[in-house]
Write a protein that binds this ligand. Structure first.
Ligand SMILES: [Zn+2]
Length: 364
Protein backbone atom coordinates (compact mmCIF):
# COMPACT_ATOMS: atom_id res chain seq x y z
CA UNK A 1 0.00 0.00 0.00
CA UNK A 2 2.76 2.41 0.86
CA UNK A 3 5.63 3.09 -1.48
CA UNK A 4 9.03 1.95 -0.42
CA UNK A 5 11.95 4.20 -1.33
CA UNK A 6 12.77 3.74 -5.01
CA UNK A 7 15.69 6.09 -5.39
CA UNK A 8 18.39 3.80 -4.25
CA UNK A 9 18.36 5.16 -0.70
CA UNK A 10 19.19 2.42 1.72
CA UNK A 11 16.34 1.74 4.09
CA UNK A 12 17.78 1.96 7.56
CA UNK A 13 14.98 0.54 9.61
CA UNK A 14 11.48 -0.82 9.56
CA UNK A 15 8.55 0.98 11.10
CA UNK A 16 5.65 -1.35 11.77
CA UNK A 17 6.36 -3.31 8.65
CA UNK A 18 7.34 -0.37 6.46
CA UNK A 19 10.80 0.35 5.27
CA UNK A 20 11.83 3.92 6.07
CA UNK A 21 15.03 5.83 5.68
CA UNK A 22 16.44 7.58 8.72
CA UNK A 23 15.64 10.91 7.08
CA UNK A 24 11.98 9.97 6.83
CA UNK A 25 11.86 9.00 10.47
CA UNK A 26 13.09 12.46 11.38
CA UNK A 27 10.31 14.36 9.60
CA UNK A 28 8.78 16.41 12.41
CA UNK A 29 5.09 16.92 12.89
CA UNK A 30 4.28 13.87 10.81
CA UNK A 31 5.96 10.80 12.13
CA UNK A 32 6.34 10.25 15.81
CA UNK A 33 3.26 12.30 16.66
CA UNK A 34 0.77 9.51 16.37
CA UNK A 35 1.13 5.80 15.88
CA UNK A 36 -1.11 5.78 12.87
CA UNK A 37 1.39 5.15 10.10
CA UNK A 38 1.42 1.71 8.65
CA UNK A 39 0.01 0.00 11.69
CA UNK A 40 -3.06 -1.33 9.98
CA UNK A 41 -5.12 1.39 11.66
CA UNK A 42 -5.83 4.53 9.67
CA UNK A 43 -4.84 3.18 6.31
CA UNK A 44 -6.69 -0.11 6.67
CA UNK A 45 -9.99 1.76 7.01
CA UNK A 46 -9.60 3.67 3.76
CA UNK A 47 -10.04 1.49 0.70
CA UNK A 48 -10.63 4.13 -1.95
CA UNK A 49 -8.97 7.44 -2.50
CA UNK A 50 -9.38 10.39 -4.85
CA UNK A 51 -6.41 12.62 -5.63
CA UNK A 52 -7.08 16.22 -6.67
CA UNK A 53 -3.66 17.87 -6.38
CA UNK A 54 -0.71 15.99 -7.83
CA UNK A 55 1.88 17.29 -10.29
CA UNK A 56 2.73 14.66 -12.86
CA UNK A 57 6.47 15.28 -12.90
CA UNK A 58 6.55 15.30 -9.09
CA UNK A 59 5.01 11.84 -9.12
CA UNK A 60 7.60 10.03 -11.26
CA UNK A 61 9.59 7.55 -9.16
CA UNK A 62 13.31 8.35 -8.96
CA UNK A 63 14.25 4.97 -10.40
CA UNK A 64 12.17 5.76 -13.50
CA UNK A 65 13.82 9.18 -13.81
CA UNK A 66 17.26 7.57 -13.68
CA UNK A 67 16.28 5.00 -16.31
CA UNK A 68 14.90 7.66 -18.66
CA UNK A 69 17.88 10.00 -18.19
CA UNK A 70 20.20 7.10 -19.03
CA UNK A 71 18.12 5.99 -22.02
CA UNK A 72 18.08 9.53 -23.42
CA UNK A 73 21.78 10.08 -22.65
CA UNK A 74 20.91 13.22 -20.68
CA UNK A 75 23.41 14.34 -18.07
CA UNK A 76 22.40 15.49 -14.63
CA UNK A 77 23.24 19.18 -14.05
CA UNK A 78 26.73 19.91 -12.73
CA UNK A 79 26.86 19.45 -8.99
CA UNK A 80 23.50 17.68 -8.86
CA UNK A 81 23.74 14.66 -6.60
CA UNK A 82 20.84 12.35 -7.42
CA UNK A 83 20.70 10.72 -4.02
CA UNK A 84 20.85 14.04 -2.17
CA UNK A 85 18.96 16.36 -4.53
CA UNK A 86 16.28 14.29 -6.27
CA UNK A 87 14.08 13.90 -3.20
CA UNK A 88 12.99 16.18 -0.36
CA UNK A 89 12.57 14.22 2.84
CA UNK A 90 13.16 16.79 5.57
CA UNK A 91 11.87 20.37 5.94
CA UNK A 92 13.69 22.74 3.59
CA UNK A 93 15.09 26.14 4.51
CA UNK A 94 13.35 27.76 1.56
CA UNK A 95 10.94 27.01 -1.25
CA UNK A 96 13.92 27.31 -3.62
CA UNK A 97 15.64 24.48 -1.77
CA UNK A 98 12.45 22.40 -1.99
CA UNK A 99 12.38 22.99 -5.75
CA UNK A 100 15.92 21.63 -6.35
CA UNK A 101 14.66 18.41 -8.03
CA UNK A 102 12.98 20.50 -10.75
CA UNK A 103 16.44 21.17 -12.21
CA UNK A 104 16.15 17.61 -13.49
CA UNK A 105 12.39 17.25 -13.91
CA UNK A 106 12.44 19.63 -16.87
CA UNK A 107 15.10 17.62 -18.76
CA UNK A 108 12.96 14.64 -19.82
CA UNK A 109 11.22 12.90 -21.57
CA UNK A 110 12.77 13.57 -24.94
CA UNK A 111 11.36 10.37 -26.42
CA UNK A 112 7.68 9.77 -26.99
CA UNK A 113 8.03 6.24 -25.59
CA UNK A 114 9.47 7.59 -22.35
CA UNK A 115 6.36 9.70 -21.79
CA UNK A 116 4.44 6.41 -21.82
CA UNK A 117 7.02 4.91 -19.49
CA UNK A 118 6.81 7.67 -16.91
CA UNK A 119 3.01 7.83 -17.09
CA UNK A 120 2.91 4.09 -16.41
CA UNK A 121 5.16 4.51 -13.35
CA UNK A 122 3.05 7.40 -12.04
CA UNK A 123 -0.19 5.44 -12.29
CA UNK A 124 1.41 2.33 -10.81
CA UNK A 125 2.26 4.43 -7.74
CA UNK A 126 -1.26 5.84 -7.58
CA UNK A 127 -2.83 2.40 -7.66
CA UNK A 128 -0.52 1.30 -4.83
CA UNK A 129 -2.18 4.05 -2.82
CA UNK A 130 -5.68 2.86 -3.69
CA UNK A 131 -6.34 5.95 -5.80
CA UNK A 132 -9.51 5.36 -7.84
CA UNK A 133 -9.58 8.72 -9.60
CA UNK A 134 -7.00 11.42 -10.08
CA UNK A 135 -6.81 14.89 -11.52
CA UNK A 136 -3.24 15.03 -12.68
CA UNK A 137 -1.69 18.38 -13.54
CA UNK A 138 1.05 19.29 -15.96
CA UNK A 139 2.50 22.40 -17.56
CA UNK A 140 2.40 20.48 -20.89
CA UNK A 141 4.34 23.12 -22.86
CA UNK A 142 7.70 21.92 -21.52
CA UNK A 143 7.17 18.87 -23.73
CA UNK A 144 7.24 20.95 -26.94
CA UNK A 145 10.91 21.80 -26.49
CA UNK A 146 11.93 18.34 -25.36
CA UNK A 147 10.07 16.47 -28.08
CA UNK A 148 10.27 19.08 -30.87
CA UNK A 149 6.53 19.07 -31.31
CA UNK A 150 3.69 21.56 -31.42
CA UNK A 151 1.67 22.45 -28.32
CA UNK A 152 -1.28 20.54 -29.78
CA UNK A 153 0.89 17.45 -30.27
CA UNK A 154 2.28 17.79 -26.75
CA UNK A 155 -1.21 17.93 -25.29
CA UNK A 156 -2.35 15.03 -27.45
CA UNK A 157 0.64 12.93 -26.32
CA UNK A 158 0.00 13.74 -22.68
CA UNK A 159 -3.64 12.73 -23.06
CA UNK A 160 -2.71 9.48 -24.81
CA UNK A 161 0.03 8.46 -22.37
CA UNK A 162 -1.89 9.23 -19.20
CA UNK A 163 -5.12 7.83 -20.65
CA UNK A 164 -3.52 4.55 -21.56
CA UNK A 165 -1.79 4.20 -18.17
CA UNK A 166 -5.00 5.11 -16.36
CA UNK A 167 -6.96 2.46 -18.27
CA UNK A 168 -4.27 -0.12 -17.61
CA UNK A 169 -4.46 0.43 -13.85
CA UNK A 170 -8.23 0.96 -13.70
CA UNK A 171 -8.01 4.56 -12.51
CA UNK A 172 -10.22 7.39 -13.78
CA UNK A 173 -8.20 10.44 -14.64
CA UNK A 174 -8.72 14.03 -15.68
CA UNK A 175 -6.03 16.51 -16.74
CA UNK A 176 -5.47 19.95 -15.29
CA UNK A 177 -3.38 22.31 -17.39
CA UNK A 178 -0.95 24.33 -15.29
CA UNK A 179 0.10 27.88 -16.11
CA UNK A 180 2.98 29.44 -14.20
CA UNK A 181 2.93 32.92 -12.67
CA UNK A 182 5.18 35.45 -14.35
CA UNK A 183 5.43 37.41 -17.58
CA UNK A 184 4.56 34.49 -19.84
CA UNK A 185 1.50 33.36 -17.91
CA UNK A 186 -1.02 34.91 -20.29
CA UNK A 187 0.70 33.94 -23.54
CA UNK A 188 1.26 30.39 -22.30
CA UNK A 189 -2.40 30.10 -21.35
CA UNK A 190 -3.43 31.36 -24.80
CA UNK A 191 -1.13 28.75 -26.39
CA UNK A 192 -2.55 25.97 -24.23
CA UNK A 193 -6.14 26.93 -24.97
CA UNK A 194 -5.40 27.07 -28.70
CA UNK A 195 -3.87 23.58 -28.48
CA UNK A 196 -7.00 22.41 -26.65
CA UNK A 197 -9.17 23.87 -29.44
CA UNK A 198 -6.91 22.42 -32.16
CA UNK A 199 -7.45 18.87 -30.93
CA UNK A 200 -11.21 19.26 -30.55
CA UNK A 201 -11.69 20.23 -26.91
CA UNK A 202 -10.99 16.75 -25.49
CA UNK A 203 -13.06 15.86 -22.44
CA UNK A 204 -9.89 14.62 -20.74
CA UNK A 205 -9.00 18.22 -19.85
CA UNK A 206 -11.07 19.22 -16.84
CA UNK A 207 -9.42 22.26 -15.33
CA UNK A 208 -6.83 25.02 -15.17
CA UNK A 209 -4.24 25.64 -12.48
CA UNK A 210 -2.04 28.63 -11.68
CA UNK A 211 1.24 27.69 -10.03
CA UNK A 212 4.70 29.12 -9.47
CA UNK A 213 6.39 31.62 -7.19
CA UNK A 214 3.67 33.54 -5.35
CA UNK A 215 5.91 36.58 -5.00
CA UNK A 216 5.99 36.87 -8.80
CA UNK A 217 3.28 39.04 -10.36
CA UNK A 218 1.12 37.76 -13.20
CA UNK A 219 0.01 39.66 -16.30
CA UNK A 220 -2.98 41.93 -15.66
CA UNK A 221 -5.10 40.16 -18.26
CA UNK A 222 -4.63 36.68 -16.77
CA UNK A 223 -7.59 36.60 -14.34
CA UNK A 224 -10.06 37.60 -17.08
CA UNK A 225 -8.61 34.97 -19.43
CA UNK A 226 -9.06 32.27 -16.81
CA UNK A 227 -12.61 33.41 -16.00
CA UNK A 228 -13.44 33.36 -19.69
CA UNK A 229 -12.01 29.85 -20.14
CA UNK A 230 -14.04 28.70 -17.15
CA UNK A 231 -17.18 30.09 -18.71
CA UNK A 232 -16.50 28.89 -22.25
CA UNK A 233 -15.19 25.38 -21.59
CA UNK A 234 -16.66 24.58 -18.21
CA UNK A 235 -13.22 24.11 -16.68
CA UNK A 236 -12.74 23.89 -12.95
CA UNK A 237 -10.26 26.43 -11.62
CA UNK A 238 -7.66 25.75 -8.97
CA UNK A 239 -5.06 28.32 -7.92
CA UNK A 240 -1.90 27.74 -5.89
CA UNK A 241 -2.29 30.48 -3.30
CA UNK A 242 -1.40 31.21 0.29
CA UNK A 243 1.41 28.66 0.37
CA UNK A 244 4.09 31.24 1.16
CA UNK A 245 2.11 33.36 3.57
CA UNK A 246 0.41 35.71 1.13
CA UNK A 247 -3.19 35.95 2.33
CA UNK A 248 -4.07 38.38 -0.48
CA UNK A 249 -3.25 35.72 -3.08
CA UNK A 250 -6.01 33.51 -1.68
CA UNK A 251 -8.50 36.37 -1.81
CA UNK A 252 -7.50 37.18 -5.40
CA UNK A 253 -7.83 33.52 -6.33
CA UNK A 254 -11.48 33.62 -5.23
CA UNK A 255 -12.46 37.13 -6.27
CA UNK A 256 -10.44 37.60 -9.47
CA UNK A 257 -9.86 34.06 -10.76
CA UNK A 258 -13.18 32.59 -9.59
CA UNK A 259 -11.27 29.65 -8.12
CA UNK A 260 -13.28 26.54 -7.24
CA UNK A 261 -10.35 25.18 -5.26
CA UNK A 262 -7.21 26.59 -3.64
CA UNK A 263 -3.88 24.76 -3.69
CA UNK A 264 -2.43 24.76 -0.15
CA UNK A 265 -4.08 27.97 1.13
CA UNK A 266 -2.34 27.65 4.47
CA UNK A 267 -2.10 31.44 4.93
CA UNK A 268 -5.89 31.77 4.78
CA UNK A 269 -6.21 30.50 8.33
CA UNK A 270 -4.75 33.79 9.59
CA UNK A 271 -7.64 35.85 8.18
CA UNK A 272 -11.07 35.22 9.70
CA UNK A 273 -12.96 37.13 6.98
CA UNK A 274 -11.20 35.13 4.29
CA UNK A 275 -12.03 31.86 6.05
CA UNK A 276 -15.67 32.96 6.08
CA UNK A 277 -15.47 33.75 2.37
CA UNK A 278 -14.08 30.28 1.57
CA UNK A 279 -16.71 28.62 3.75
CA UNK A 280 -19.59 30.66 2.33
CA UNK A 281 -18.58 30.13 -1.28
CA UNK A 282 -17.70 26.48 -0.69
CA UNK A 283 -14.19 26.89 -2.07
CA UNK A 284 -12.25 23.72 -1.30
CA UNK A 285 -8.68 23.87 -0.01
CA UNK A 286 -6.35 21.18 -1.38
CA UNK A 287 -4.36 20.39 1.77
CA UNK A 288 -1.02 18.67 1.19
CA UNK A 289 0.24 17.99 4.74
CA UNK A 290 3.61 16.43 3.94
CA UNK A 291 4.44 19.03 1.30
CA UNK A 292 3.42 21.84 3.66
CA UNK A 293 5.92 20.64 6.27
CA UNK A 294 8.71 20.09 3.74
CA UNK A 295 8.31 23.50 2.06
CA UNK A 296 7.92 25.31 5.37
CA UNK A 297 4.42 26.53 4.39
CA UNK A 298 3.61 25.38 7.92
CA UNK A 299 6.56 26.05 10.26
CA UNK A 300 7.64 23.18 12.45
CA UNK A 301 6.55 24.96 15.65
CA UNK A 302 3.02 25.68 14.39
CA UNK A 303 -0.04 23.45 14.17
CA UNK A 304 -1.26 22.72 10.67
CA UNK A 305 -4.31 24.90 9.89
CA UNK A 306 -6.44 22.01 8.69
CA UNK A 307 -8.14 21.80 12.07
CA UNK A 308 -8.92 25.51 11.73
CA UNK A 309 -10.41 24.83 8.29
CA UNK A 310 -12.64 22.19 9.82
CA UNK A 311 -13.72 24.39 12.74
CA UNK A 312 -14.70 27.22 10.42
CA UNK A 313 -16.48 25.05 7.87
CA UNK A 314 -13.93 25.51 5.08
CA UNK A 315 -14.04 22.39 2.92
CA UNK A 316 -10.74 20.65 2.30
CA UNK A 317 -9.38 17.56 0.65
CA UNK A 318 -6.11 15.81 1.48
CA UNK A 319 -3.71 15.60 -1.48
CA UNK A 320 -0.08 14.65 -2.09
CA UNK A 321 1.37 17.39 -4.38
CA UNK A 322 4.71 15.76 -5.35
CA UNK A 323 4.63 12.26 -3.85
CA UNK A 324 7.74 10.85 -5.54
CA UNK A 325 9.81 13.84 -4.44
CA UNK A 326 8.63 13.13 -0.88
CA UNK A 327 9.08 9.34 -1.32
CA UNK A 328 5.53 9.02 -0.04
CA UNK A 329 2.02 8.55 -1.39
CA UNK A 330 -1.50 9.78 -0.74
CA UNK A 331 -1.91 7.12 1.95
CA UNK A 332 0.97 8.76 3.84
CA UNK A 333 -0.55 12.21 3.43
CA UNK A 334 -3.79 10.95 4.92
CA UNK A 335 -1.84 9.42 7.79
CA UNK A 336 0.03 12.72 8.19
CA UNK A 337 -3.31 14.56 8.33
CA UNK A 338 -4.29 12.27 11.19
CA UNK A 339 -1.00 13.01 12.92
CA UNK A 340 -2.00 16.67 12.56
CA UNK A 341 -5.25 16.00 14.41
CA UNK A 342 -7.85 14.59 12.01
CA UNK A 343 -9.79 11.46 12.89
CA UNK A 344 -10.27 8.14 11.14
CA UNK A 345 -13.82 9.30 10.51
CA UNK A 346 -12.47 12.39 8.72
CA UNK A 347 -10.35 10.14 6.54
CA UNK A 348 -13.24 7.87 5.71
CA UNK A 349 -15.16 10.89 4.43
CA UNK A 350 -12.30 12.03 2.22
CA UNK A 351 -13.25 9.90 -0.79
CA UNK A 352 -16.73 11.39 -0.99
CA UNK A 353 -15.37 14.90 -0.42
CA UNK A 354 -12.85 14.45 -3.22
CA UNK A 355 -15.63 13.26 -5.53
CA UNK A 356 -17.77 16.25 -4.61
CA UNK A 357 -15.04 18.77 -5.40
CA UNK A 358 -13.62 16.95 -8.40
CA UNK A 359 -13.74 18.68 -11.79
CA UNK A 360 -14.37 15.32 -13.45
CA UNK A 361 -17.90 14.43 -14.44
CA UNK A 362 -19.69 11.21 -13.72
CA UNK A 363 -17.89 10.16 -10.56
CA UNK A 364 -20.30 8.19 -8.44
ZN1 LIG B 1 1.19 21.96 -6.11
Amino acid sequence: MVLAPKNGLKPTTRFKGRRLTQQQLDLPGILGVANDLGDGGAQAHVHDRGELHVHMNGAVPVSTIQEIMADEATSFPAGFDCERDMTRLTPCKSLAEYLTPWQVLRLFPKKRANLDRLADAVFASLVENAVRFVEIRSTVLYLTGLQSCTPAQALERLIESTGSAARHYGIRRGLILTVTRGDYGASNLATLLQAYEDIGRPKDVVGLDLAGDEETPYPAELPAMIREAKERYGFGITIHAGETGRVENVREAVELFYADRIGHGTAASKDAALMDLLATKGVCVEVCPISNRLTGAVPRDEAHPLQEFRRRGVPFVICSDNPAIHQRGLADDQAAAMAEGLSICDMQQQYEIAKHFSFMEGLS
